[in-house]
Design a protein around this ligand. Sequence first.
Ligand code: DP6
Length: 323
Amino acid sequence: MKTLSATAQSSPNIAFIKYWGNRNAALRLPVNGSISMNLAGLFTRTHVTFGNRPADSLFINGAPISGKGLERVSGILDIVRQSAGIGLRAEVASENNFPTGAGIASSAAAFAALALAATQAAGLDWPESAISRLARLGSGSASRSIPSGFVEWKMGESDEDSFAVSIAPPEHWDLADCVAIVAAGHKATGSTEGHVLAPTSPLQAARVADAPRRLQLCRRAILEKDFETFAAIIELDSDMMHAVMMTSQPALFYWKPATLAVMEAVRSWRKDGLQVAYTIDAGPNVHVICSQRARLQVAAFLREVPGVSDVLQANVGGPACQV
Ligand code: DP6
């Protein structure tokens, strides 16, 4: 019998225009489109084997996972089983080469690698858009870790047309992400719970209404490599998402004093002529986007900011791929 197994690798991504809030939580259909870049050198590698076993099992960095984490994975495997017409259970083994809970969305890389490995293992030869849709069902941002380089997740009208596409390859623009780590622990409120709270903020409606304008400006800034416009729009988008978080009920405050210190430092370095801009996800760590040429200098500057314990660095990454 042919072995039903495959291994896939995928990078996390950093959003420039953020996904925050769903109009259908079960299908992870977002209230607005989002734009991101993949992070090269950081990855999750996932091995999926379907076989005659009593139940699905999941290992992350060698440790067995049960409960909610396993259920979320089984939900994806069920779709794959149904499409492939197989009833076999799977063993899923996943390894990250970057620390989980360090301000890098590990669920994005994890569900992207799972979607690709599971479909390949089951013998399904799906187009990129279908794999992006499947990854989306596991974690919204995972849809963006399937295509290459700079990526846009179109919100779509339904499950069928809500997937991510590449808007430019990695070599299009030599950007880098320097992640200033100000707290390495797991975040207090995860994104899935955060999306549910988004509509309780009176600011969310304004954020969503203005999203097409921000998407358009960000897309154009990337295509034209216009750093000034890019910096202004990604900082605005991140600030708007955090304003929504801070005004949700209950309120979500992710920033630490050192988060603000980095934001302020980035603004002053930019005033001095350095091309840098910040963006912050659902946590206290600050992603500082700069050119690859300036990367080492920016990382060194960031290490001097009080409260920054470490700096992770990544250039623009490629697509999820089979390994
Ligand atoms: C702040 O994709 O992690 O990073 O779909 O519930 O897994 P789930 O949420 P997730 O949310 C990401 C939120 C964000 C912004 C972004 O990456 O666009």
